[in-house]
Write a protein that binds this ligand. Structure first.
Ligand code: G4P
Length: 318
């Protein structure tokens, strides 16, 4: 499945970010708890290597608690890293962040050495929401379409704690197709960059494997959960379209509308708390994507070398 996605001003953002990081003590990396691995930006990982990092699995209210626990354990095993799960709209838990940041940089604090924290994360992961909640007011416009330009924010969380927003937009960098459809399903990618039907079909396949009972309950599908799990995904999408009245004028199912219904239900939590990936599965497909990329590079290099060998000798000197 192709996702046409181009990281707009990524280069400029990364430059600004790397400048800003020089004066930052702790990075809060906001991840989507429903797809923690896929919602991380590998370019950010390179930039913040070695910096104390707090991984925040946001939207935990929409994620499967057992899988969230697995991801927290996975991140906590890393050097100079702490990890928490969060529902960014809730004020109480959000305050835990400041305490966690202080733990990551115990040498900072007090008016002479204020703690400087940066929030980074891909569009729609909840950065503005979290900043608003931490401050108890609205500091930035939350937008439902990724790509809405924002200005950098700096806010004081305490006399000696400053919080900065990412300078510019940090688009997700899609390395593996398995991450691509998950990012699209979560709402992190602009609507025009992917085919909703493709993404809904990929999502349905995952839900058939993990939660066929919920599909059956939500869409009142006939047959057993095992039968729902075994159905070809496109037939399932048809059945869902019929149930939801996603029909074309002639009465046929409109697959686009049916796909929108499935994606909307996933995003709103109407299909229950779902996490689309485990650390093990994520690592496996990333390793496969990197191996495939290495092979592509090697093949390209071999083709270039063979073209050079076959080229007629230069006629210079004739
Ligand atoms: P961003 O700054 O990183 O781009 O993300 P933003 O805060 O704008 O959040 C994107 C959407 O995610 C918003 O929904 C926001 O309410 C929602 N959101 C953020 N954190 C959480 C969370 O922990 N749990 C849940 N369930 N949702 C969260 P929206 O529908 O686009 O806007 P709004 O109408 O809710 O403001």
């Amino acid at each position: 499945m192709g996702i046409q996605w181009f990281p707009g001003h990524m280069r400029a953002t990364l430059r600004a970010l790397s400048e800003r990081l020089k004066t930052i003590d702790v990075v809060i990396e906001l991840l989507d708890a429903r797809l923690p691995g896929s919602s991380a930006n590998p370019l950010l990982a390179e930039l913040i290597a070695g910096k104390p990092t707090l991984k925040v699995l946001n939207k935990e209210d929409l994620a499967d608690p057992a899988r969230t626990a697995q991801w927290l354990q996975y991140y906590a095993a890393r050097q100079a890293t702490r990890a928490i799960a969060l529902h960014a709209q809730m004020a109480g838990p959000a305050r835990v962040l400041v305490a966690e940041c202080r733990r990551l940089a115990p040498h900072r604090g007090g008016m002479a050495k204020p703690l400087r924290v940066l929030i980074a994360g891909i569009p729609n992961v909840g950065k503005s929401t979290l900043m608003n909640t931490l401050l108890g007011r609205r500091v930035a416009q939350a937008a439902d379409e990724p790509g809405v330009t924002r200005r950098e924010q700096r806010v004081a969380l305490a006399d000696d704690v400053y919080l900065f927003d990412t300078p510019g937009l940090l688009w997700p960098k899609i390395v593996a197709p398995d991450s691509g459809w998950r990012l699209a399903a979560s709402g992190a990618i602009g609507r025009n960059a992917y085919d909703e039907e493709d993404v809904a079909l990929a999502l349905l396949r995952q839900l058939q494997a993990d939660h066929p009972d919920r599909l059956q309950a939500r869409y009142r599908l006939p047959g057993t959960a095992a039968e729902v799990a075994a159905q070809p995904a496109h037939e399932l999408l048809q059945a869902i379209g019929r149930r939801r009245g996603a029909l074309l004028p002639g009465g046929q199912v409109d697959p686009h509308k049916a796909a929108e219904a499935v994606l909307g239900d996933f995003r709103s939590g109407a299909l229950g708390r779902v996490t689309l990936e485990t650390p093990q599965a994520f690592e496996a497909w990333m390793a496969a994507a990197h191996a495939a990329e290495a092979q592509r590079q090697a093949e390209r290099a071999a083709a270039r070398a063979s073209r050079r060998r076959d080229a007629p000798p230069s006629d210079a000197g004739v």
